[in-house]
Design a protein around this ligand. Structure first.
Ligand code: PLP
Length: 229
């Protein structure tokens, strides 16, 4: 069941890639979002070919991290509280949700203690949604400048969560704008940052996101079915 749905998503990703404009040629990485699904479901997805898993809460991820007997790349996609930075840095290969100087500095400090350089993405709140994390577009460059100067943090790109529009096509202009912001950030001559990832697109809109330039998509429901809360 999970294996079949994963294959369907992979097929849809290939089809969406084929529909892209000629200037969009990046490979697309699929993150299987495993929040609220158990380790058995994670194993099933990994055995069917998933190589990347995404979790949105540090505490939930911790239990799974200790239990899961598979090698996989771990992504933190949910909001991170500064006081959980220590645990996040221990587990996650890529933290997608950095949106403040305070958090970036906390991650840097904890990574330094572990002798690690923590790869991060900066989350952008393009649609000015009050309830969502992420920096406003105007605050992005200052935060990127700060992160670029932190020795134990390395920025690899940007992350965006689209608003929950009924008609997903409404997300398209926002995805397109995010891609423009991404290209502009990529062009800046950074010291240590290596802007190469644009993480956007979920079960309902990953194909549109890919058409507009996403090269990481985060898909849960379309692979694992609805979550039980
Ligand atoms: C839950 C979640 C996803 C996956 O959502 P689905 O609609 O189940 O695909 C993607 N990104 C973030 C940040 C999430 O919290």
């Amino acid at each position: 069941m999970i294996a079949e749905k994963l294959q369907d998503v992979e097929k849809n990703i290939e089809a969406a890639k084929a529909r892209r404009r000629a200037d969009l040629t990046d490979d697309v990485t699929l993150i299987a979002v495993t929040k609220n699904h158990d380790v058995a479901a994670m194993r099933e997805a990994i055995d069917a070919g998933a190589t990347q898993v995404g979790e949105n809460r540090v505490q939930e991820a911790q239990g799974k991290y200790e239990t899961l007997d598979r090698k996989v790349t771990w992504h933190l996609i949910g909001h991170l509280q500064t006081n959980k930075a220590k645990h996040a840095v221990k587990m996650f290969d890529l933290i997608h949700s950095v949106d403040s100087e305070h958090l970036a500095r906390a991650i840097d400090k904890e990574a330094a203690k572990l002798g690690k350089v923590q790869d991060i993405l900066v989350q952008v709140n393009l649609a000015h949604e009050e309830q969502k994390s992420g920096v406003e577009e105007a605050a992005l460059r200052p935060l990127l400048d700060i992160c670029d100067a932190l020795p134990n943090v390395r920025v690899l790109g940007l992350m965006f969560i689209a608003p929950d529009y009924e008609d997903r096509e409404q997300c398209r202009p926002l995805f397109r704008r995010m891609h423009e912001i991404f290209l502009a950030a990529k062009d800046i001559p950074w010291k240590t940052s290596n802007i190469k990832y644009l993480s956007m697109g979920m079960s309902h809109d990953y194909e549109i996101a890919i058409e507009e330039g996403a090269n990481i998509v985060r898909v849960g429901t379309a692979i694992f079915g609805p979550r039980q809360y």
